[in-house]
Design a protein around this ligand. Structure first.
Ligand code: HEM
Length: 146
């Protein structure tokens, strides 16, 4: 749909977002379940996942500003997907991830920090997985994997 460099970056960055979120989810879940603090390197992944989400939010916002006329002229269900579902779900997911990281930072027990990340990042990850236009969905079949 979009051949610009920004569009390519936005498409590519989905994998960094998903991997970082999954990694942060797994290390925090392991720490929570085993009662062990997570290592500083692993904690960095929690931050990195949020930063990737914020970059994706900015890129997505620019793409939307650049393409909203084109999106308005798309056939349904593509129009509805890119105008409302994709953007709305992603903004909610990124807000949850940001709030989760803030609450985790404020929590005063290690298990509470980890549990907060598990819950907020877990829900955010599911929402993002759902709202990506994957090639096996109706809205994404013309887009491919990258
Ligand atoms: C983690 C969050 C996000 C992920 C993983 C993601 C992923 C994607 C992917 C894979 C595409 C298809 C790209 C292609 O193959 O051409 C896409 C398109 C698009 N995304 Fe996102 N997105 C995210 C957040 C957002 C946000 C927050 C916005 C808007 C504020 C946004 C706006 C758009 C728009 C407008 C398109 C169509 C762009 C075009 O014409 O190239 N995205 N997104």
């Amino acid at each position: 749909m979009d051949n610009s460099f920004l569009g390519f970056l936005h498409s590519l960055l989905r994998y960094a977002v998903l991997l970082a979120l999954l990694w942060a989810f797994v290390v925090n879940l392991r720490g929570w379940l085993t009662g062990r603090p997570i290592l500083t390197g692993d904690r960095m992944v929690t931050i990195l996942a949020m930063v990737f989400c914020h970059v994706q939010l900015v890129l997505g916002g620019i793409l939307y500003a650049m393409h909203y006329t084109a999106i308005d002229h798309m056939e349904e269900p593509h129009r509805r997907f890119f105008k409302y579902e994709h953007i709305g779900t992603m903004i909610i997911a990124i807000a949850l991830i940001t709030v989760g990281r803030m609450l985790s930072k404020k929590a005063n027990a290690e298990y509470l920090k980890q549990r907060t990340i598990v819950i907020f990042y877990g829900i955010g990850l599911l929402l993002i997985l759902w709202a990506v236009p994957w090639p096996f969905t109706e809205v994404g079949h013309a887009l491919g994997w990258l």
